[in-house]
Design a protein around this ligand. Structure first.
Ligand code: VLZ
Length: 134
């Protein structure tokens, strides 16, 4: 029985989002706005099917996937690059590999106590985010 990420989560810490966005080629003005945001995640987990809706006052991003099924991700409103994404379980961690133009691109979600953790990776940059239940 895998862990359940379902719920509504509010960002409480965001380490090196600036570096991550710079690695993605997000322009200066957008980065200045985006790094001030406190996004919320609404995660729905139903067996192998997930939706992760990241919302903020500036932009929203919606992702839907099934474990083990590669899909085209368009990253619309982020860097707008397309990639081939694949999410798998590594024990209780959810690992996404985003294969495309950017090396080493992907993310990992896991739970630690009552907190939702997210590591965002692109090239040599790692952003670490922590969320608490709303
Ligand atoms: O999250 O890949 O939970 O997609 C930030 C929106 C969304 C704010 C970041 C606007 C998405 C930023 C991070 C403008 C540049 C991400 C995945 C894991 C699901």
């Amino acid at each position: 029985m895998p862990v359940d990420f379902s719920g509504t989560w509010n960002l409480v810490s965001n380490d090196n989002f600036e570096g991550y966005m710079t690695a993605l080629g997000i322009d200066f003005a957008t980065r200045k706005i985006a790094k001030m945001l406190k996004p919320q995640k609404v995660i729905k987990q139903d067996g192998d099917s997930f939706s992760i809706h990241t919302t903020s006052t500036f932009r929203d991003y919606m992702l839907q996937f099934k474990i083990g099924e590669e899909f085209e991700e368009d990253n619309k409103g982020l860097d707008n690059r397309k990639c081939k994404s694949l999410v798998t379980w590594d024990n209780d961690k959810l690992i996404c590999v985003q294969a495309g133009e950017k090396k080493n691109r992907g993310w990992t979600h896991w739970l630690e106590g009552d907190d939702l953790h997210l590591e965002l990776r692109c090239e040599n940059q790692v952003c670490k985010q922590v969320f608490k239940r709303a």
